[in-house]
Design a protein around this ligand. Structure first.
Ligand code: BJ8
Length: 424
């Protein structure tokens, strides 16, 4: 990593030796998975730079913002409305939770059969490895799956945690509950930041977050082109970085990248040869640096052209209606938009099935790989319904359960290769 940030990391109370080890592994992993690709877009240089400074420059920016009085709010779920945080002058960062390092420490306080994502964020905290977590003035949890819900109780012994209640169904009374939770969150954020949210500041925040969603929607639309103009790995990385980069800068950079992509599409240039098997991923979110499965797929004669997940279309598909003139009108618009999230924690969750089938058709995929983290009950159980819906639409699906370890790479590769062969 360019520059030296040791002093900053020390102030954040990181375990410097373990942290150096983490950055070394990350750098090597990134080099193997990302820098080995041929014909990448010029615009990806910005993303490479962001990753090379993953715990450096962005953390420095956050520290500078804190010094000037801004508050940092960390989240683990796309249900937490960033618009509220931005409207109160705060900065929201999505915390990663995609690495195996730290799991051993996590298993001291969590059962072993906990999903890797939960072990990752608890492990990061206990092992003092994540400068993002250590920069947060408040970490917002949510009552989605049971694992996360209970893990936040333990996490709160180490960091300031606030938990939002997320409904489990989508009836009128659930919307009421969610609206009261958004209002409760607004009061908490106003307290933490010391700033009152106004109709103007909320409208500006809605527009800003919508702009970022729009550029990611554009990226998704461009990926429908054949041959595929960008690798699944690169597109996943863009979505991952959208959670913690400055939203204005990120939107501008990805707009440029999409312009470049559009030129490629017009000229019929692809990142993989025409005829490469097009696949879509669906399921659990893949947080940085969880690039294992896309890499396996793209080294098995296929290309990933879409991700139906929270680090993908679930986070970008729906916009907040911008027309509201009052705080109440804008809050209602926020509530309605967030109620459309089709997380497997909801029951029933039939709109997710429709969304997956529509997306698979729009992207003209030959098959879908359903990805569930081991011990994730909501997504592994819902895989059954997803497969039925896809099968009715004539689209084959492969269900994969895995974690962050590298032990099953060969076995996964064999299964993915067989699936790719079968879709041909
Ligand atoms: S809205 S998907 S970000 S909850 S993988 S921790 S569900 S056991 S991540 Fe999620 Fe919000 Fe839903 Fe999206 Fe639990 Fe499953 Fe682990 Fe998961």
């Amino acid at each position: 990593m360019p520059g030296s940030y040791d002093e900053m990391w020390e102030k954040l109370n990181l375990d410097l030796d373990a942290h150096t080890g983490l950055l070394e592994v990350l750098g090597k992993f990134y080099g193997d998975i990302y820098m080995s690709q041929q014909g990448r877009l010029r615009g990806m240089e910005y993303l490479d730079f962001v990753v090379s400074e993953i715990h450096g420059l962005r953390i420095k920016e956050l520290q500078n913002a804190k010094a000037s009085g801004q508050k940092i709010i960390g989240t683990f779920c796309v249900f937490v409305p960033e618009e509220i945080v931005l409207a109160a002058g705060g900065i929201q960062v999505g915390l990663c939770a995609g690495a195996e390092i730290g799991s051993e420490a996590a298993e001291k306080v969590l059962p072993r059969n906990t999903c890797a994502l939960i072990k990752s964020f608890v492990g990061f905290k206990l092992s003092r490895l994540c400068p993002f977590i250590e920069s947060c003035d408040l970490i917002v949890g949510e009552t989605t799956c049971d694992g996360k819900k209970k893990a936040y109780e333990i996490f709160s012994e180490y960091s300031p945690v606030y938990v939002m209640e997320i409904p489990q169904m989508k009836n009128a009374c659930d919307r009421e509950l969610w609206k009261s939770e958004v209002l409760r969150f607004k009061r908490v954020v106003e307290n933490v930041t010391g700033n009152s949210i106004t109709a103007d500041s909320l409208r500006d925040a809605v527009r800003l977050v919508n702009q970022r969603r729009r550029v990611l929607q554009r990226l998704n639309r461009l990926r429908a082109a054949a041959p595929a103009p960008i690798s699944g790995r690169d597109a996943l990385l863009i979505n991952q970085i959208s959670f913690y980069d400055d939203p204005v800068r990120f939107t501008a950079k990805i707009t440029d990248l999409c312009d470049e992509l559009e030129d490629r599409v017009k000229s019929g240039i692809g990142i993989a040869p025409e005829g490469t098997t097009r696949l879509m991923l669906s399921g659990c979110p893949m947080a940085v640096p969880n690039w294992k499965l896309p890499y396996i797929i793209e080294s098995s004669g296929a290309i990933v052209v879409g991700e139906e997940s929270c680090i993908g279309t679930r986070n970008t598909r729906d916009l907040v209606e911008e027309g509201g003139q009052t705080i109440d009108g804008l809050i209602d618009a926020l509530v309605d938009r967030y109620m459309k999230i089709d997380c497997a924690c909801f029951t029933p969750n039939s709109e997710r099935l429709d969304n997956i089938v529509n997306m698979a058709r729009d992207l003209q995929v030959k098959g879908v790989i359903h990805y569930a983290l081991s011990f994730c009950q909501p997504y592994s159980m819902e895989a059954y319904k997803v497969e039925k819906a896809l099968s009715a639409a004539g689209i084959p699906m492969l269900a994969i359960e895995t974690d962050y370890s590298m032990e099953d790479v060969e076995q996964l590769k064999t299964r993915v290769e067989a699936f790719v062969e079968m879709t041909r």
